[in-house]
Ligand binder design. Structure first.
Ligand code: HEC
Length: 194
């Protein structure tokens, strides 16, 4: 027997391909806007950390910075916003970022959208889900594109010093081999609803 969550995940998985339009948003417009703003702040903080680390320390040491700072930035933004905020991907570096079933289905949909050439800015998805305990949550995801600067640590031509540092910190690293404009992953947000 499937529990509610599994059933829901299945339904989401089955119904997603139907929404071929760029944006499928469910939920209160204010809540969606709130999610969009949090993503903006979160993306800016991460970008700021990455840029300054790359500039000051170079790629190898910047890995350390991503390793330590990215989770910090994530905790800070979750704390200040009151939402659960994270990043996830179909090919993760940190096992902590592995997608759950709902996220996995949305990421698959983003992949299909990317193949169709839909703009990354329009790749977002939201829904109201019912959790196992019967409570409801608003969930939101926004796609993250691969840019040129990302290739140093997520591309297919990674310098050997960088690669060995990544290996030692992330023995299960799957977040390599990306090209510019590949879907790198997504921001994933959720908030309990009353
Ligand atoms: C200096 C190396 C480095 C660069 C450059 C870099 N990353 Fe990462 N990235 C990492 C590391 C290390 C992690 C794992 C962080 C952790 O331990 O939480 C990571 C994790 C991620 C994750 C979370 C999902 C996962 O795989 O665990 C996403 C999404 C991501 N990076 C996107 C990007 C994007 C987009 C860029 C370019 C704008 C980029 N990264 C540039 C090192 C890098």
């Amino acid at each position: 027997m499937m529990n509610k969550k599994q059933l829901l995940a299945l339904l989401v998985g089955l119904s997603l391909p139907v929404y071929s339009s760029a944006l499928f948003a469910k939920g209160n417009q204010d809540t969606i806007n709130e999610a969009r703003n949090i993503v903006k702040q979160y993306a800016q903080s991460l970008k700021h950390e990455l840029k300054s680390a790359l500039k000051e320390k170079g790629t190898v040491l910047a890995i350390e910075s991503c390793h330590l700072k990215a989770p910090d930035v994530t905790d800070d933004i979750s704390h200040s916003s009151g939402w659960v905020v994270r990043r996830t991907s179909l090919k993760v570096r940190s096992l902590e970022d592995a997608p759950d079933k709902w996220e996995n289905a949305v990421l698959q949909q983003f992949e299909r959208m990317n193949k169709k050439g839909i703009d990354f800015d329009k790749m977002e998805f939201s829904d109201v889900v019912i959790k196992k305990d019967g409570s409801r949550a608003f969930r939101y995801m926004k796609a993250i594109p691969t840019q040129k600067v990302c290739l140093r640590c997520h591309g297919s031509n990674i310098k050997s010093k960088v690669a060995s540092q990544l290996d030692s910190l992330y023995p299960f690293d799957r977040a390599v081999g990306f090209k510019v404009n590949d879907l790198r992953g997504a921001f994933s947000l959720s908030k309990p609803l009353k």
